[in-house]
Design a protein around this ligand. Sequence first.
Ligand code: APR
Length: 229
Amino acid sequence: MTDKIIVLTGAGLSAESGLGTFRDEGGLWAQHRIEDVATPEGFARNPQLVHDFYNARRAQAAEASPNEAHVALAELQARWSGEVVIVTQNVDGLHEAAGGVALHMHGRLTGALCNACDHRWEAPMTMAPDDPCPACGARATRPDVVWFGEMPYHMEEIATHLASCMLFASIGTSGQVYPAAGFVQEARLAGAETVELNLEPTDISRAFAQRRFGTASQVVPDWVAGLLG
Ligand code: APR
């Protein structure tokens, strides 16, 4: 058993930075249909609608600042005696803006991907269906984010970490989307301590040995201070 800590983060971590969550009152999935803006089928049907959705989120994320929770997690990564692996479902860059490092299992708003040749590059602020791929020239560019029905990124690496961590924390996620919602079970099977930090109880709260409820900017710095002594 190592002194490795795995932290899974979700949209609730960035809520106090002004970025909308998905399933809270008035959240993104109340404003847009998932099947229209977050599936390969929706993109094939109307790529302009999908680019508009991600262009708006990319612009909003570019204006957002990390909050005390992002900063506390970056401090944990810097000062903890062992490895701290942040696995984020978020596509914003706020972990990095706070000085942290994260595995983006659902991709990043700042990434662009060519559907024709799999080339990846830094996305311009505004993407459009007719943008040519810088590598192959095909007009098949998309945001490098993972849509429903697609395989999340870094899954093998994440499984390896979950099998060898001493502590698994889930922060600001409703635990309704797999495979992320199943990580706590994998960590428990490996003998890890588990804690959920969230605004309110979730569908997976009972899977955690410990639960702390409140806003991320309050409960996360307290939790990190407790770990760092
Ligand atoms: N502090 C802490 N938690 C908060 C805060 C806050 N200020 N505000 C909201 N939350 C909590 C909510 O209670 C909820 O449990 O954050 C969670 C957000 O849940 P979702 O909106 O479902 O977001 P998330 O769990 O990250 O969604 C997972 O679903 O749609 C896909 O790809 C998308 O990555 C996303 C995935």
